[in-house]
Design a protein around this ligand. Structure first.
Ligand code: SAM
Ligand code: SF4
Length: 344
């Protein structure tokens, strides 16, 4: 091979490094903006969803994600909306599983759990070892209230099925003032009994929710952590996922608790991730509006070089971090799109 051709071939697969020297090794892909729940902090009750024709097909999602794997992405998280309501989504998981051990270290998903009972075995069969399930309360009435359309027993069955299929379950709980404050120890105790990891998340200003309502629901994790410390000994863990979570071990139970604190302390400096929406927009930061259209280069032809070039151009613009801020009793850094659009 001539020297210049060799260099080009090397360049084509050089890892993605952003302007702040952060390697981009983690991709989250939203496979649908639709959902069978309407969580109050995530969606409006009457959402306008994208026309189906705007969505990438499963084949296009495959090509796009495979391009990222070819560029050094080692972890792929499938999300949404609710990923398991996308038609034939198991075909996509099956297709992605071919990258496991061949570039990809982990294939996983974030789900509300409603369809897990149906899909757990197949997911495990596709090499999914861990699943994040969002669950903010263990109280049936509250669950119906916060999700508007969800039913707790269905989700608990889904979690059971995931466990039975051999997957490790991590519960994601959005900390909501006046909503699940009094359930802190119940949630922690339940996760300890069930052997689930648990991560708390601060509510972020995304979507059209009014400022007052958003501030009303915000429960700072610094406070949650202090309350945990009143009953448990918290030992900080060095473990880093390259993400925004920080972990502690509760000495008394041995369980691991995570904290995602975009408001009280952001960890953007170690960010290793980007997100693609179901229409093929690449968001370089969850909390910023800048995006890159990958659908056009994807649909321009069968050749991947223009797609890779568009990805590299976008990564070269990855911002330093988000600007979310609720201090001074005011919501700053708000982004207008819903979390379900970018994929949480
Ligand atoms: N439907 C799936 C689910 O609920 O797990 C995946 C998509 S959902 C958008 C991903 C995560 O984002 C969930 O854990 C959800 O609780 C979280 N989320 C949604 N809106 C949020 C917000 N405004 N602030 C913080 N987390 C939010
Ligand atoms: Fe749906 Fe997940 Fe958003 Fe709830 S948090 S409305 S389950 S996308």
């Amino acid at each position: 091979m001539p020297a210049h051709a060799y260099l080009c071939a090397m360049d084509a697969h050089a890892p993605l490094i952003d302007p702040f020297a952060r390697p981009i090794t983690y991709l989250r892909v939203s496979v649908t903006d639709r959902c069978d729940f309407r969580c109050t902090y995530c969606m409006a009750e009457h959402m306008q969803f994208l026309p189906k024709r705007d969505l990438l097909t499963l084949e296009e999602l495959d090509r796009l994600c495979s391009a990222f794997v070819g560029l050094g992405v080692r972890k792929l998280r499938v999300t949404g909306g609710e990923p398991l309501v996308r038609r034939n989504i198991m075909e996509f998981f099956r297709a992605m599983s071919r990258h496991l051990g061949a570039g990809l270290d982990e294939l996983t998903l974030t789900t509300n759990g409603s369809q897990l009972a149906r899909f757990a075995t197949e997911l495990a069969d596709c090499g999914v070892r861990r699943v994040n399930v969002s669950l903010d309360t263990l109280d049936e009435d509250r669950f119906a209230r916060i999700t508007r359309w969800g039913r707790l027993p269905q989700v608990l069955q889904g979690i059971e099925a995931a466990k039975a299929a051999g997957m490790r379950v991590k519960i994601n709980t959005v900390a909501l003032k006046g909503f699940n404050e009094d359930e802190l120890f119940r949630l922690v105790g339940w996760c300890a009994d069930q052997g689930h990891d648990l991560t708390f998340i601060e509510v972020m200003p995304m979507g059209e929710m009014g400022e007052e309502e958003r501030l009303d629901q915000y429960w700072a994790l610094s406070d949650l952590r202090d309350r945990l410390g009143e009953r448990f000994t918290l030992t900080p863990l060095a473990e880093r996922t390259g993400g925004p979570a920080r972990y502690v071990r509760l000495d008394e139970t041995g369980q691991k608790i995570g904290f995602i604190t975009p408001l009280t302390h952001n960890f953007c400096e170690s960010c290793n991730r980007v997100r693609i929406t179901c229409t093929g927009e690449l968001f370089m930061c969850l909390g910023q509006e800048d995006r890159a259209d990958l659908r056009a280069p994807l649909r321009a032809g069968a050749e991947d070089a223009p797609l890779r070039a568009a990805i590299r151009d976008a990564i070269a613009r990855k911002p330093k971090g988000h600007d979310f801020d609720y201090s001074r009793q005011h919501v700053a850094g708000q982004v207008s799109r819903y979390m379900s659009h970018t994929g949480g």
